[in-house]
Write a protein that binds this ligand. Sequence first.
Ligand code: NAD
Ligand code: ZN
Length: 347
Amino acid sequence: MTRPNEMRALAKTEPAEGLDMIRAPVPEISHDDVLIRINKTGICGTDIHIWNWDDWAQRTVPVPLITGHEFAGEIVEMGRDVEGLSLGQRCSGEGHLIGKTSRQSRAGKFHLDPETRGIGVNEQGAFAEYLRLPAFNVVPLPDSIDDEIGAILDPLGNAVHTALSFDLVGEDVLVTGAGPIGIMAAAVARHVGARHVVITDVNADRLALAARVADVVPVNVAEEDLAAVIPSLKMKQGFDVGLEMSGNQAALDQMVETMTMGGRIALLGIPPGKSPVDWSRIVFKAITIKGVYGREIFETWYKMIAMLENGLDVRAVITHRFSVDDFRRGFDEMRAGHTGKVVLDWT
Ligand code: NAD
Ligand code: ZN
């Protein structure tokens, strides 16, 4: 391609609320990188934290920084050592940049590398016309996965990683938190053969969205008694598997309370700080708890693309689409808390 000198990008330019559209140099790539022209990006809860400039963002994000980590685009430049990819290849990619020297990486457990750095959080991100990415991180997209689905594979990957933490076949599954990731996790649980999938929230719009995306039982725990749902579904005991997707203390308490003996819980939701846990309840119920971070590199990507190719349909979780010129509207809608995924178009 004839390489432009400059590109548009959404960046944190000063330590304060908001993001600005800036002109930035098109990134130079190194011998094992690719340059990706970005077509679509997803706005993540993480981007909202960065927009709001909360305590976590202030501690974590360097200024200035181009933000964003959920993207789809196509390869327009390749470093001289890149193999197995080609110019014009449509792709998404893993936004966690890993080291190669830790014990975990050397064992092939890339998602557990303690040196992980995130694009759009610690390193220059994907809210831009061009993104530099190590070729290792590129995930080619089949023709059947278009760019807007490609742009939400990162959060779908969080959902898939969490949902596939435990065997769900024939199991009764509770998902707490009907944000975009909880809704997609519920859809995955249904797709892989769970018996009942119950999803809770306190936000009626999001529960309605969950019911549009997947065949799930929505429960508004601000108004309904979750324990009463168990006999109404003819479940004998409690839930076999819990997927915590809210980060809310009350939701985790309620999950522990409604689990069966020997139940298994995967925690993706991030509580805002320390929160009290009734550990004796967990011990006496012999519950297994697993923390989940990111996506398994690249097994989660393989599984989610395979599931999308054989009928998993999460498109309805995208509720808002904007040109990047209207990024402020996209962020405003997200911050109001009634959206599913919001996708920005850079083309
Ligand atoms: P989100 O904030 O959009 O959704 C969370 C939902 O939980 C909201 O709809 C909220 O109304 C609901 N909620 C609040 N209180 C509740 C309660 N008592 N019971 C049930 N639901 C309740 O978040 P998201 O983007 O879907 O992400 C889900 C969670 O996963 C967040 O906590 C996010 O920070 C976290 N996350 C973790 C990772 C990771 O790698 N571990 C990656 C991405 C996101
Ligand atoms: Zn994200």
